[in-house]
Design a protein around this ligand. Structure first.
Ligand code: PEP
Ligand code: MG
Length: 575
């Protein structure tokens, strides 16, 4: 029995027989060809043959897995049709007599350099598509077909690979494909996108799994914990069966949970809102599923543009969200760039400590013209729904005052131009720095609401980089220091009669929810997939019991395991 661990990305647990994708390793040489024209003709013939295979693959995927999965193949087809790229390859062959495999490799490497200069991690990862198409073409030049292309699955299968591409997976029978495990790739890699599309679990970043697992090995994987058991004994299998049954039963239960407002058993209303901002989540906004948008991350809009989006572009985007939510509140967070999110056109300098540096509200206050463009756009959108403004990364009263002063200037300008907006627009702040927590009572007097950003608050309170895999064990929101910070913020908001929400990932963590309710949090903003679960849990908790538990935790708990144990008791009582 072998136990391995990686990062679970798409939720769920699965077990099945391993299908290990053995890597094809092409041999590249600098050999020159005698007849470059004939080599170019061979390249074109290979491109045409790959294009034909992709066409068939597209149809197959559309039928088997639907439009979203087929779009991935479409992106491959588009790359293969990119004449500028392949003219570059042809030029290399024509001018230097290089063989076509090497010419493809060199063109791909040149492309890598320009992609690596892109700061947006999502766009950067899209270089993987180009690399993959080039690789398939090199295989086609060697007349080799993909190892997985002719595989027929006959039993539940866990695909294990160093990296996975859509082309690796679409031909496999989805009825039997139970999960993906890959050595490389991040949270936005195609393996994860595909797993989410197919609704199956995925674990990435599992070092050297390909060399440790054989075809047919029995694999159990739990994407919730990132744990993998290979050829487990009877006891391990039995324990895992219980996880599988519990997962399925829980999903079924959440699916059945009636929509509508949520309140605790003792009648305390808790708003259940959704996080949005990236293209996908914004497209799928549905007011019937939630009480509003608790966090609209505007940086995605900026990241999707080549230059600062102008007021009109932003206004249209925010207006669309406001209208789509049909009067339910939409909290639009002003630009939160910096840290791990950069914008090329902003020309930000590399910093030694980006999370402690030029980030979010600091940049906006430093660039008032840019900030005011966004504020005017948000104000204009407020005429079309229930829009609220939220400032990120606040550490002082001065920042709220300065931000409000700029907002007031924008209001004057709009009034003068007779442009409608909500004169009473609510203005809140994210509480995600220790400074904001310590000053929460005073900040509450200046803000209409709080939303606790526990993703950042955890990293700042525990001095643990949220993106650094080596210190992930320390990045623990159940650390009593983080829990105290949340509690203190909730108490300050309650005392000042303003709403405190949580829009970080903790808002959808089973064991954290009772603590948040007990701390006085009255809005939980989560990803769309978690809405059913959160609604289910809130409706089955007693706010009074949650309060007692939260109080006990902040008074008595010395470490996170004690806190977790108390909270686990409340959740276990529900199930
Ligand atoms: C947070 O920090 O918890 C948060 C919601 O903001 P982001 O993850 O965008 O930094
Ligand atoms: Mg944050």
């Amino acid at each position: 029995m072998l136990t391995l661990k990686g990062n679970g990305c798409a939720e769920g647990a699965a077990m099945g027989a391993a299908l290990v994708k053995t890597a094809y390793v092409p041999v590249y040489t600098m050999d020159r060809v005698e007849d470059p024209q004939a080599e170019i003709a061979y390249l074109d013939e290979r491109i045409a043959s790959l294009a034909k295979r992709l066409d068939a693959l597209y149809e197959h995927t559309l039928e088997e897995s639907g439009e979203e999965a087929a779009e991935l193949i479409e992106s491959y087809q588009m790359i293969l049709m990119d004449q500028t790229f392949f003219d570059g390859v042809r030029d290399r062959i024509r001018k230097t007599g290089l063989n076509c495999k090497m010419a493809i490799k060199e063109a791909c490497e040149a492309c890598r350099e320009s992609f690596m200069a892109i700061s947006d991690p999502y766009l950067r990862e899209r270089f993987g598509d180009i690399e993959d198409v080039c690789f398939k073409l090199v295989m086609a030049c060697d007349q080799v077909t993909d190892a997985l292309e002719d595989v027929r699955l006959t039993e539940p299968t866990i695909l294990v690979a160093d990296t996975l591409t859509p082309m690796d997976t679409v031909r496999l029978d989805k009825g039997f494909l139970a999960g993906f495990i890959v050595e490389r790739g991040g949270a936005t890699s195609h393996a994860v996108i595909l797993a989410k599309t197919l609704g199956i679990p995925a674990i990435v970043g599992v070092q050297a799994i390909c060399s440790q697992v054989k075809n047919g090995s029995h694999i159990m994987m739990d994407a919730a914990t990132g744990e993998i058991i290979v050829d487990g004994d009877d006891a391990a299998r039995e324990a895992f069966q219980a996880i599988l049954r519990a997962g399925e039963a829980a999903r079924e239960t959440y699916r059945k949970e009636p929509l509508g407002p949520a309140q605790t058993l003792d009648g305390v209303a808790v708003e259940i809102a959704v996080n949005a901002g990236d293209a996908d989540s914004s497209q799928r906004l549905d007011p019937s599923l939630c009480d509003g948008v608790g966090l609209f991350r505007t940086e995605f809009l900026y990241m999707g543009c080549q230059d600062y989006p102008d007021e009109e572009t932003q206004y249209q985007a925010y207006r669309q969200v406001a209208e789509r939510m049909q009067g339910k509140p939409v909290i639009i967070r002003t630009l939160d760039i910096g840290g791990d999110k950069a914008l090329d056109y902003m020309g930000l300098e590399q910093e030694e400590n980006p999370f402690l540096g030029y980030r979010a509200i600091r940049i906006c206050l430093d660039k008032p013209a840019m900030f005011k463009t966004q504020l005017r756009a948000i104000l204009r959108a407020s005429a079309h729904g229930c829009v609220k403004i939220m400032f990120p990364m606040i550490i002082s009263l001065a920042e709220i005052r300065q931000s409000r002063a700029l907002l007031a200037e924008c209001m004057v300008e709009l009034r003068q131009a007779s442009v409608p907006f909500d004169e009473n627009i609510a203005v809140g702040i994210m509480v995600e720095t220790p400074a904001a927590v310590l000053m929460a009572d005073q900040l509450a007097a200046q803000a209409d609401f709080f939303s606790i950003g526990t993703n950042d608050l955890t990293q700042y309170v525990t001095a643990t980089d949220r993106g650094n895999a080596r210190v992930q064990a320390l990045y623990d929101p159940f650390n009593p220091a983080v829990l105290r910070a949340i509690y203190q913020t909730g108490q300050a908001a309650t005392a000042h009669h303003i709403l405190a929400g949580v829009c970080g990932e903790t808002a959808s963590m089973d064991h954290m929810i009772p603590f948040l309710i007990g701390a006085g949090i009255r809005e939980l903003s989560v990803s769309q997939g978690a809405l059913g679960k959160v609604r289910y849990l809130v409706r089955r908790l007693s706010a009074e019991q949650c309060q007692a538990a939260a109080k006990q935790i902040v008074q008595d708990c010395a470490d996170s395991s004690q806190a977790r144990a108390i909270l686990a008791g409340l959740i276990a009582a529900i199930r």
